[in-house]
Design a protein around this ligand. Structure first.
Ligand SMILES: NC(=O)C1=CN([C@@H]2O[C@H](COP(=O)(O)OP(=O)(O)OC[C@H]3O[C@@H](n4cnc5c(N)ncnc54)[C@H](O)[C@@H]3O)[C@@H](O)[C@H]2O)C=CC1
Ligand SMILES: O=C(O)[C@H]1O[C@H](OP(=O)(O)OP(=O)(O)OC[C@H]2O[C@@H](n3ccc(=O)[nH]c3=O)[C@H](O)[C@@H]2O)[C@H](O)[C@@H](O)[C@@H]1O
Length: 440
């Protein structure tokens, strides 16, 4: 099939490449000329393992452009994967989606299923279809052209950053919401080379699956974080508690990792967006509200802990290990580092930070205020305290005795429980992590 994809971010580009890998001819569209130029050279504009080799493998069936008209005009399916960021009131900002819909309305000239991959509030796809078909009908009748059939399918995305390619090629499920057999058949054709479990449903239920899944995972994290906080007070060990819980298949062992809260481009915004919708219908989701509140407090946990060791960070050399919201991504959206570092700077801390790939993006926010280091050793040298925000493999594999050798005051506040606590016994290092006894 001839397919266009609007938006070449984590979702759009990975979807486009996976569809090309399944044999379709795919044109990826973005408004960002720089991204398009990179992709034309076979370079991925985002850091995502395995993506570039797959772009290379399918280059005959992939093209990249900012010229949306040429891409949409004769596409049999158009996937929409543009951002739906949070508005100040917590609701989802749909302006990028509606811009693409209007661009499709101006240019589409053939029967087409428009597939919304972006996460959109329940009911949005009905509104999108109305807007799109009204505009297309008006344009075509004005030009004296015959009608075309255009329908919207909801096809939410469940990939995680850092494992986006694997998650797409081996998705746990493909959820498709349609309102007609015609759209259903077209979606089956799109996905005929994919052999994952399919869930066909109506559009609103598909939209709900996405929010309900993300919010459930966020809830699970906030729950384990609250239990971790209680473990600290009651002298229990959250790692053992989570292991003991997770072996029950009804609970499952994933997303039970305690830490300094969830970040990223989706859990924070998708919890707030569903909460906003539920409030709109005067049916507040109390569990989701609690997950949000717990997370907001959890993100500040390490700074609060630092007061056990210093009244203020003023003048101290503070080592920060990890800037991205999780490992294996260069994404900083809602990363704990972006919330904590401004407060540390306000306090007068001298910050030395290391991250294997997040530094160029972090520099866009803080070009001069921070010293960026090229190794963990350089970051720790003569530091008075160390904050760990991201559990990069390089940090987990780091020889813990080096903290003692390098730091002036070896105090580690670990927001991601990178090391077994007992390894710090008798080392002279203070190791303060989440949900576990502090080793002094
Ligand atoms: N990032 C993730 O892991 C996941 C994201 N989602 C959802 O997918 C959607 C996209 O998220 P990301 O891929 O992270 O976004 P992103 O911010 O990485 O990429 C969006 C892209 O759309 C482009 N764009 C904006 N307006 C455009 C237009 N009119 N035409 C063509 N391109 C345009 C931007 O330049 C950008 O490259 C969001 O709704 C998000 O909630 C869903 C599952 C996973
Ligand atoms: O809608 C989305 O964008 C995506 O959001 C998440 O994916 P992602 O944000 O890439 O990353 P996750 O691995 O889920 O981690 C999110 C945050 O939760 C935190 N987390 C995760 C798991 C855990 O046990 N504990 C924990 O604190 C991570 O550190 C990170 O800050 C979901 O996992 C995807 O299924 C979904 O498609």
């Amino acid at each position: 099939m001839k397919i266009a994809v609007a938006g070449t971010g984590y979702v759009g580009l990975v979807t486009g490449v996976a569809l090309a890998n399944a044999g379709h001819h795919v044109t990826c569209v973005d408004v960002d000329e720089h991204k398009i130029q990179l992709m034309k050279q076979g370079i991925s504009p985002i850091y995502e393992p395995d993506l570039e080799p797959l772009m290379q493998k399918n280059k005959e069936r992939l093209s990249y452009t900012t010229d949306y008209a040429s891409a949409y005009q004769d596409a049999q399916a158009i996937f929409v994967g543009v951002g739906t960021p949070e508005k100040k009131d917590g609701s989802a900002n749909l302006k990028y989606v509606y811009t693409v819909i209007d661009q499709i309305a101006q240019t589409l000239d053939t029967d087409c299923v428009v597939v919304i991959k972006s996460t959109v509030p329940i009911g949005t796809n009905d509104k999108i279809e109305k807007r799109l078909t009204q505009q297309i009908t008006a344009r075509r009748s004005k030009l004296g052209l015959s009608p075309i059939r255009v329908e919207i399918a909801s096809n939410p995305e469940f990939l995680s950053q850092g494992t986006a390619v694997k998650d797409t090629l081996h998705a746990s499920r493909i959820v498709i919401g349609v309102e007609s057999d015609w759209a259903r058949d077209r979606m089956k054709e799109v996905y005929q080379e994919f052999h994952q479990p399919f869930v066909f449903t109506d559009r609103r239920s598909a939209e709900m699956v996405k929010y309900a899944s993300n919010d459930f995972l966020a809830l699970k994290i906030s729950y384990i974080n609250e239990i971790a906080n209680l473990c600290e007070l009651l002298d229990a060990n959250i790692e053992d508690v989570a292991k003991g819980m997770g072996l029950d298949p009804r609970i499952g062992n994933r997303f039970l990792k305690a830490g300094i809260g969830y970040g990223g481009s989706c859990f924070p915004k998708d919890t707030k967006a569903l909460h906003w919708v539920s409030n709109y219908y005067e049916k507040e989701l109390k569990t989701v509200k609690a997950a949000i509140e717990v997370n907001d407090i959890q993100k500040m946990k390490l700074l609060k802990k630092s007061h056990k060791y210093y009244d203020s960070l003023e003048g101290l050399k503070v080592a920060v290990l990890g800037l991205t919201f999780k490992p294996d991504t260069d994404d900083l959206r809602e990363a704990p580092s972006l919330i904590n570092i401004p407060i540390m700077l306000d306090d007068g801390a001298r910050i030395f930070a290391w991250d294997p790939i997040g530094i160029p993006n972090f520099k866009k926010y803080y070009p001069d205020e921070i010293t960026y280091c090229s190794s963990i050793e350089e970051t720790l040298k003569d530091a008075d305290i160390c904050f760990i925000f991201t559990e990069w493999a390089q940090i987990r594999d780091f020889d813990i005795l080096r903290y003692k050798e390098l730091m002036t005051h070896p105090i580690i506040l670990d927001g991601r429980n990178c090391y077994p606590s007992h390894n710090f016994k008798n080392t002279g290092i203070i190791y303060d992590s989440v949900g576990r006894r502090t080793v002094q």
